[in-house]
Design a protein around this ligand. Structure first.
Ligand code: ZN
Length: 205
């Protein structure tokens, strides 16, 4: 019985088009090559590494709200031993994880007085330097900020540019998305902001 695996329906795998797209009997349409695809084609899958970073901080009045190294106008900020920049912490952890390095809590412990009120941008810069020492540089970074408020749509581009500058990437290689939690849990109830980040790294040379 003809099925998905029949000769007429079989589709070729292509790193540029994904598994099965487009069908081999249809003309291919050019589209921009994504950063991860370029890394795959240039370095091979074995040399591209991916890391995941997540973080959550409690909101409280009387603090500036820092997200991605940008101060966002809001009546609350994020509590933390450092400046509480939940997004930069997740970016830092994703980058460190991709390189197989110790995580942000191990490198910059919140029990160490030297990191009290620390500028999270500097922690990320240090992580980029450690990545370079380990032989890697960022290839692209994809971020999700989980926040019920404030609305971040007007700030996403500025935040992406800030992160790109910190990790020395073109801005188009950093993506920032914002999600609400539909009123559910600490984020949905407006008590916290969280971040989820995936970072890909490639050999520095
Ligand atoms: Zn944090």
């Amino acid at each position: 019985m003809p099925g998905l695996h029949s000769r007429t329906r079989r589709r070729k795998f292509s790193p540029l088009y994904g598994d099965g797209l487009p069908p081999s009997n249809e003309p291919r349409r050019a589209r921009p090559v994504l950063a991860c695809e370029e890394a795959f084609l240039t370095h091979g899958a074995d040399d591209m590494r991916v890391g995941l970073g997540t973080d959550i901080h409690r909101l409280e009045a009387g603090r500036p709200l820092m997200l991605g190294g940008v101060e966002i106008p809001f009546d609350q900020g994020l509590r933390g031993h450092s400046d509480g920049d939940v997004l930069l912490h997740a970016v830092t952890d994703a980058l460190l994880g991709a390189c197989g390095l110790p995580d942000i809590g191990e490198l910059f412990p919140d029990t160490d007085p030297q990191y009290a009120g620390a500028d999270s941008r500097e922690l990320l810069r240090q992580a980029v330097r450690r990545a370079a020492t380990a032989g890697y540089r960022p290839s692209n970074i994809d971020c999700v900020v989980h926040a019920e408020a404030p609305k971040l749509s007007a700030h996403k581009l500025v935040i992406a540019e800030s992160i790109a500058d910190l990790v020395e990437l073109p801005a188009e290689r950093v993506s920032v998305k914002a999600k609400t939690h539909e009123g559910l849990g600490p984020v949905g109830e407006g008590r916290a902001i969280a971040a989820s980040v995936v970072a890909a790294v490639i050999p520095a040379t």
